[in-house]
Write a new protein. Structure first.
Length: 392
């Protein structure tokens, strides 16, 4: 999906991408000083850009961390050097006195992000990560202690998918305790969303947790989190689609009211997609091929478009000659991720491909690639159509 990394061809490539994502997308990136800025001592010609400036203030050290991230390059060696320098810079900040809590938290998050990468191949860094987590969890500062507990909870989320239902319920209980009276904030919301996704193999439990998470979000003091509560409740609705009917309403790109009832008796792939989404585009050749193979046997495709403009959608449809309807709302504020159907079903990553059988019941929430092909053969038998091949 567009928000989830695909399997890389090597572990090195995986680690590199993970670290880049941690540096670019972590909450602390929003709190730090401009990345291009340099600490005063590094402005001199010939200075080592990865050496922590001596005698720097906390603000200057955050600028230093931002600067090494800018210089991380594209090789594993340069990324490792940048991560090591970021850890050293964050450690230097933690040794200073009277550092504002917001800056202290930003530095610790930078340190955790870098250590998460470095600890995968360096035992010393893994030990340092363990030590930092213990220090945070045992901190007398409740904010730092909560941060430590949240970071420790991430490893439990990763194992939740493999746990028994009893173990999964216990993890949900730990999450609620972690949120506590403070309520959902942006970090705990992120943890909750990841936990819900990890529970997806247990459909009803995942749906139930999505509902509980939505209730917690509605009680949040953060208006941005409140605004996403219904999308989260929509995810519960989507999880409960298996074996049930799916509702689709809206208008097509041509401005016509979409008639979902007319598709009863057909096997339909409902595809949430956008022209800017690489994984979505990668699915198109197989979708077209399956339509050519099974179209005469009652297979059809309906697209739910997440582009921000009708023009972007139509250009791609024309370019790829997509021969199926796409729903797109022209109402103000209902484009992209605000598409009403995206909100109603809590779609948070694309492509999301849902397969509906002839009785109108959902049979798959992940009908992509070879899984789509397998399901179509199972539902419709051997293909009777042919795929046109261009002459060499």
């Amino acid at each position: 999906m567009a928000i989830q990394p695909q399997r890389r061809r090597s572990l090195i490539r995986v680690d590199f991408i993970v670290f880049i994502g941690l540096l670019l997308l972590s909450p602390q990136a929003m709190a730090q000083a401009p990345a291009a800025a340099q600490a005063p001592d590094q402005a001199e010609a010939g200075a080592d850009p990865f050496a922590v400036p001596e005698g720097a203030t906390a603000q200057e050290l955050m600028k230093f961390i931002g600067s090494v991230k800018q210089k991380r390059g594209r090789t594993m060696e340069s990324v490792t050097k940048a991560a090591t320098a970021a850890v050293a810079g964050a450690e230097a900040i933690r040794k200073l006195k009277d550092v504002p809590e917001a800056l202290q938290l930003a530095a610790i998050r930078e340190e955790i992000s870098a250590l998460s990468f470095l600890s995968q191949r360096n035992p010393a860094m893994k030990a340092k990560m363990t030590s930092l987590m213990k220090e945070l969890e045992n901190s007398s500062n409740p904010t730092l202690a909560r941060l430590g507990k949240m970071e420790a909870f991430k490893s439990k989320i990763a194992s939740a998918a493999r746990g028994t239902e009893e173990e999964q319920l216990a993890i949900i209980g730990e999450f609620k305790k972690l949120v506590g009276d403070k309520g959902i904030d942006r970090e705990s919301y992120s943890l909750g969303s990841n936990l819900a996704r990890s529970l997806s193999s247990n459909t009803e439990l995942a749906a139930s947790f999505y509902d509980q998470l939505a209730d917690m979000m509605l009680a949040s003091k953060d208006e941005a989190i409140k605004a996403r509560a219904e999308n989260t409740r929509g995810a519960a609705r989507r999880m409960r689609l298996m074996g049930n009917e799916m509702e689709i309403t809206g208008t097509t790109t041509t401005g016509e009211e979409f008639d979902w009832a007319s598709y009863r008796g057909k096997t339909v792939l409902v595809d949430f997609w956008a022209s800017w989404c690489g994984p979505c585009r990668a699915e198109v050749p197989n979708m077209k091929e399956q339509l050519a193979l099974y179209g005469e046997q009652g297979f059809a495709i309906v697209g739910i478009n997440l582009d921000n403009s009708l023009d972007a959608c139509e250009k791609y449809v024309a370019q790829e000659n997509l021969d199926w309807p796409n729903l797109f709302s022209k109402k103000d504020g209902e484009q992209g991720w605000n598409n009403p159907l995206v909100q109603y079903y809590g779609v948070s990553g694309i492509p999301t491909a849902i397969l509906v059988d002839k009785e109108g019941k959902v049979v798959s929430l992940r009908a992509r690639g070879q899984e789509l092909n397998r399901l179509l053969k199972e539902l419709l038998g051997e293909p009777q159509g042919q795929v046109e091949t261009s002459a060499e």
